[in-house]
Write a protein of this length. Structure first.
Length: 131
């Protein structure tokens, strides 16, 4: 009886570990997802504005404020501060979140991919360094 309880407890613990790992953010997967963004955006210490603004220090930044980037009026006047929740909502369908944005990207529907992309972007501070 004790052996059966121990086996059952181990099985339950394994299940919790597997579920926790499956829902955790995956920075490496987020980097792969960033390939969709790379045509317009850069991150890292050598990042520059391109078709879109550099994304260093995105989380915590006010929308429309990257120096040297020519934002749409809609973006500048959105009043958004990029929290994880705001970014996740935005990246699902940018034009729906900020009507009039210049960002011509259909969006990402997969919640896990969005979480992974967010984890990847969060690691870059405003100077493009990973703390």
């Amino acid at each position: 009886m004790m052996k059966q309880i121990a086996v059952a407890a181990a099985a339950v613990a394994s299940l919790f570990i597997a579920v926790g790992s499956a829902s955790a953010q995956d920075v490496a997967a987020g980097e792969k997802s960033f390939a969709k963004c790379r045509a317009c955006h850069q991150v890292g210490e050598t990042a520059k504005n391109g078709v879109g603004p550099k994304l260093n220090g995105l989380i915590g930044r006010t929308a429309g404020t990257v120096e040297g980037y020519n934002y749409s009026e809609a973006n500048k006047k959105s009043g958004i501060t990029w929290t994880e929740a705001e970014f996740k909502d935005y990246i699902k369908k940018p034009a729906a979140k900020i009507p009039g944005t210049k960002m011509a990207f259909a969006g990402i529907a997969n919640e896990k991919e969005i979480d992974d992309l967010t984890a990847f972007l969060k690691q870059y501070n405003a100077e493009g360094k990973k703390p």
